[in-house]
Design a protein around this ligand. Sequence first.
Ligand code: IPD
Ligand code: CA
Ligand code: CA
Length: 303
Amino acid sequence: MTETASGFKWVPKASVIAREAGARLKEFFTQGVETEYKGDVDLVTIADRTVEELIHKRLGEAFPDHGIFAEEGTRERLESEFRWYVDPLDGTTNFAHGFPHFCVSMGLEHRPAGLAQDKDGTLLAAVIYDPLLDEMFTAERGRGASLNQRPIRVSKTENLAESLIATGFPSRKRHINPNIHFYQEFTLRSHGVRRAGSAALDLAYVAAGRFEAFWEFKLNPWDTAAGLLLVEEAGGRITDFIGGPWRLDSREILSSNGLIHDELLHFFGDIFAGRDLAPIPSPRQYAERRAARAARSATSRKG
Ligand code: IPD
Ligand code: CA
Ligand code: CA
């Protein structure tokens, strides 16, 4: 079935735009681009800006009365009832280093007339495209989530110990972010924690059952809008770190297959409270033990 024949309302046109944008990213990736700093370790390239311009133009042609809110600065028709959150290149650090994991992300929100600026509307459509793997993740509210037009569902794994999960770290103010502690604790309690560098793909992978869960501390709506709808439509659950409802501008996002969500929330509670943390040696203790082992084996060789 083609995307147009599927009965979807926005995905057919949006996925054509994401595919064109992805093809452009792939060209830039192949030829290599120079990197600039927006702040701290927050990188930007000509690919981010060119592809945002392209999406801006194409969305304007396809949906002339829709608004656009995009990472590299596009703010258009924000009074409109419909608003696209666009990340033209999610995974810029990967892209800049030649690490082949990044995507285009576009999520559509419905904002009824009169909705206060600080209130969320309803997410209606999602498109996330990975041009290197040619993987197109799509969703529309009430119509399920798909990968290359085949339905996807979250995984059926029921416990954290058997889960592969994911997180990310901010590219600004890194020294005031505690996520490394959560990374450590969840690594010791699961099959592993991936930090692959694209929040939108992390969410798409939760929707596709490749990850059981994903959390991050400080994301923006262009990182999450599309992925959140994908996870919801694939049967997953999304909250903040204490189980409250998520918002597009939430500082915390915890998404999962639903089945391990309460267990994750329990551990978030423990970690925030400093309770039952897994004991591991400090680097200094490790170095002291290593030196002691070396001294013992030197003595036994002499004797
Ligand atoms: C970043 C990626 C990364 C996440 C960062 C985001 P960008 O987006 O999604 O995985 O950890 O917090 O800022 O800068 O590559 O669009
Ligand atoms: Ca991003
Ligand atoms: Ca980006």
